[in-house]
Each structure stands twice: as C-alpha cells, then as structure tokens.
Design a protein around this ligand. Sequence first.
Ligand SMILES: Nc1nc2c(ncn2[C@@H]2O[C@H](COP(=O)(O)OP(=O)(O)O)[C@@H](O)[C@H]2O)c(=O)[nH]1
Ligand SMILES: [Mg+2]
Length: 208
Amino acid sequence: MSSIIDDKGNDVEKLKIICLGDSAVGKSKLVERFLMDGYKPQQQSTYALTLFNYETKINGKKISVDFWDTAGQERFSSMHPSYYHQAQACILVFDATRKVTYKNLSNWYKELRQYRPDIPCLLVANKIDVDLSVTKRNFAFGTKYNLPQYFVSAANGTNVVKVFRDAIKAAMSYKQNPTDFVDQVLAELEHFGSPEDDLINLTSKNDG
Ligand SMILES: Nc1nc2c(ncn2[C@@H]2O[C@H](COP(=O)(O)OP(=O)(O)O)[C@@H](O)[C@H]2O)c(=O)[nH]1
Ligand SMILES: [Mg+2]
C-alpha cells in the first residue's frame, strides 16, 4: 500500500477503503452513487465483484483510492481476511429501515477490529429517503464506539459525497500516522528505499 510514481513523475498516495455491513443495506448503491453519480433503483442486490479505483487530490497531492465493495460474501456474516488487509478506513453501513441490520453492526465491528484495530470507521445510516424521521435519532452504537455518524441516501444522494470525502481524508491521516504496530513497521520500511540503495550507500562510504 505504498506510494507510487505516476507516468508524469508525480508521487501518488495509494489508499484502500472498505465497505462493510449486511446484505442489501445499500453498500453497492452508495459506491455507485459516489463514483458514477448514478443510481439504478430497479437493479437487484449486487453480487458482482467490486473494486473501484478513484483518483483525486488533497492539498495538491495526488491520491489513488481503491474502494472495496463486498461481492455477496456478507451474506455469510463474515469476510475473508484479505478483504481487511491493509485497509486504512472503513465505511460501516446499516439500513435505517431494517432494525436487524443495525443489530448486526456489532458483529461487523468486532470482525473489523480483529483485523484492523485502529483504522477510522465511519458509521452510515442509509435509506433515509424512506423515512426522514430517523435523522432525528441518535444511534447508540455510534456513540458507544465513538464513530462519526452520517445519515445518507444512495437513492437521492443526501450526504453521499460527504461520507466518501471524509473517509478518504480519514484514511489519509491514518496512513500518515498509523497506530497499529504492523502499519508502523510498514510505514518505516517505505522510507527506507530498496535494499540495493543501502548497499550502494555502504559501498560509497567504505570507499571514502
Ligand atoms: N429507498 C432506498 N433504497 C435503497 C437505497 N440504497 C439502496 N437501496 C436499495 O436497496 C437494495 C440493496 O442495495 P445494494 O446496494 O445492492 O445493497 P448491498 O447488498 O449492501 O450492496 C437495492 O434494491 C437498492 O435499490 C436508498 O438510499 N434508498
Ligand atoms: Mg453489494
């Protein structure tokens, strides 16, 4: 998950952001709405694979974000560890019109923390277009774990851009200042350059 150099020689920051939550809460529709700025209500719950790349700039720096969406595995209430691997932020979604999807948040959150103890997690109540009154509520789950909460609608677009932009910023700041031990090691390694470079430095030092 290192930075890469693009074809114009610019340094590009690579980020990975994952979506989590029960089947049919609207994860795919949210990604679709953000990336394609479109929404196809007639389409069935999505089971296709789902890694979307999005390029943007923050403070003049080029960012390349991979958004990971589930491909239906969430029906089995668990994701493969590779889904979580090196993710820097998570968008955790429930359906504001279906209580069971709110109840199941704790399972998803537990699994997330098992693999990614410290990454930022944004809590999203989706489908507020169905019943706007939910936006007056405060969901205890988000408060308990101190997660930022968003009331959104993939159907009419409310707050969708806001959530994704915030997720990118959170992922970015996590990457720059990780608190997981393994991430710290990886971040340090990134600054070291290749082993060949070290060898050349050593040689030239000995020569001089
Ligand atoms: N009314 C409403 N329906 C939505 C919204 N987002 C998704 N849906 C519907 O919910 C169903 C599941 O959406 P999908 O994105 O496939 O859910 P996923 O399984 O979490 O990826 C689809 O029929 C969508 O059209 C929303 O914001 N409002
Ligand atoms: Mg889906």
